[in-house]
Design a protein around this ligand. Structure first.
Ligand code: SAM
Length: 210
């Protein structure tokens, strides 16, 4: 087993059973990647840091939250990984929205074999965002700029849900751009997996012109 796997699992303090399910997730990802090209091929060499730890760090920003929504879930990063990590917690669930049917097939099958409490919605965000069950946290990684993310998540952020959005080195530019259209409260958290990256936590969203 690679050293980064052991380090990531030790940092996350997951149970032996959950570690085995995360191993299964990584196995599934490698197997499906051969035919379905789910993530950037180079990132698989550092899958435990680039994907697993990158997802798990969101739990430390909302340790009490049990109802999560991941938009543009792709290969389940962060949403399916969070669902696997939270599978032993009462009431923990993650809704995954993904428009690509091939990725949804991976998500559905991998949620099944890992026993992760995830619901997969093969749909476009804009078509389903107002129909999903209420959540405490909405997250999205590598999906769109902050202005677009706020536009998509407005219906849920307006009702008290918190947004957690991993961002790269352009986060300040994105915040400035988003502030032209939106009022919101935010704080920035350093990423544990990339020194140039930040996680933006957003609450209290409203429109500038409202
Ligand atoms: C760059 S990938 C990121 C995937 C994953 N979150 C990650 O970090 O690895 C963006 C994903 O969002 C999905 N997507 C893009 N626009 C969408 C939309 N309007 N509704 C649902 N899914 C969308 C794409 O199919 C793709 O899988």
């Amino acid at each position: 087993m690679p050293a980064d796997r052991d380090r990531v699992l030790a940092d996350a303090r997951v149970s032996r059973e959950t570690a085995a399910k995360l191993d299964l997730y990584v196995e599934q990802l490698r197997r499906w990647q051969r035919v379905k090209n789910l993530v950037g091929p180079a990132t698989l060499q550092e899958v435990w840091t680039r994907h697993v730890a990158d997802a798990l760090q969101l739990l430390t920003l909302a340790p009490e939250a049990t109802r999560w929504l991941d938009l543009g879930a792709g290969a389940g990063i962060p949403g399916l990984i969070l669902a696997i990590a939270g599978r032993d917690r009462a009431g923990f669930s993650v809704d995954l929205v993904e428009s690509n049917a091939r990725k949804c097939a991976f998500l559905t099958e991998t949620a099944r074999v890992t026993g992760a409490p995830a619901r997969v919605h093969n749909a476009r965000i804009e078509d389903v965002i107002t129909t999903l069950p209420p959540v405490e946290i909405v997250c999205a990684r590598a999906l769109a700029n902050l202005d677009q993310l706020l536009a998509w998540t407005e219906p849920v952020l307006k009702t008290g849900t918190t947004g957690l959005f991993p961002k790269g080195r352009d986060v300040e530019t994105e915040l400035t751009q988003a502030a032209q259209r939106w009022r919101f409260v935010y704080d920035l958290h350093p990423s544990r997996t990339d020194s140039a990256a930040r996680i933006v936590r957003v609450t209290d969203l409203s429109r500038v012109d409202s």
